[in-house]
Write a protein that binds this ligand. Structure first.
Ligand SMILES: Nc1nc2c(ncn2[C@@H]2O[C@H](COP(=O)(O)OP(=O)(O)OP(=O)(O)O)[C@@H](O)[C@H]2O)c(=O)[nH]1
Ligand SMILES: [Mg+2]
Length: 180
């Protein structure tokens, strides 16, 4: 099985940093804006039947000048990781624009999304201390963490997220087969 997972969110939210951390690539010292998209691959072992899943992480740019390629990002995507920083004043409104295009106006539902607040709050907290999120984001599975220093928590939760995506892809392919 191959999963396409989009990493979406505002400029300088930490999307490239997240992709590098998940794929054990060395993070770059300075900020290099992603030009359009960068695709990195990693593998996941699904614990139930220990089969291997290839994962394509689409590390996208947060810059709106690339909006024309958003339809290509979206095509055949299985899940989305949204990254933002609740300490940056415009990040929540930016995040809503991505959510609106990639979730509200698409057929990808909230269960296939994960929201990461990369606001460097300290270890393993939930999102109870930050600014209140708009209500449409409330159903999303969410986590506040520092991507680089909390890579252990990040990887554990990423594995859970991928496992749940695999289950839902398997369920939908079973229901398609059942309908034949
Ligand atoms: N220490 C630390 N630095 C981070 C973290 N996340 C992002 N940074 C820094 O923040 C800056 C922006 O991170 P990127 O991951 O490149 O941002 P991006 O979301 O990919 O931005 P675009 O590609 O322009 O959309 C870089 O200088 C990173 O080193 C983090 O979790 N910890
Ligand atoms: Mg980037």
């Amino acid at each position: 099985m191959k999963l396409k997972i989009l990493i979406l969110g505002p400029i300088m939210a930490g999307k490239t940093c997240l992709a590098n951390t998940l794929c054990d690539l060395t993070p770059s010292e300075e900020y290099n804006p992603t030009q359009g998209v960068r695709i990195v691959e990693c593998e996941h072992s699904y614990s139930v039947d220990s089969s291997k899943t290839e994962i394509e992480l689409w590390d996208t740019s947060g810059d709106h000048k690339f909006e024309t390629v958003w339809p290509a990002f979206q095509r055949d995507a299985h899940g989305i990781i949204f990254v933002f920083n609740s300490n940056v004043h415009n990040h929540i409104s930016e995040l809503l624009l991505f959510y609106d295009y990639f979730v509200t106006q698409s057929d990808l539902n909230n269960h296939k999304c994960w929201l990461i607040d990369n606001s460097k709050s300290g270890r393993g907290g939930d999102m109870t201390n930050g600014p209140t999120l708009p209500k449409q984001l409330a159903p999303l599975q969410q986590k506040k963490l520092d991507i680089q220093s909390e890579d252990d928590i990040l990887k554990r939760e990423f594995n859970q997220f991928v496992s749940s995506l695999i289950r839902s892809v398997q369920q939908s392919s079973n229901s398609v087969l059942g309908g034949l």
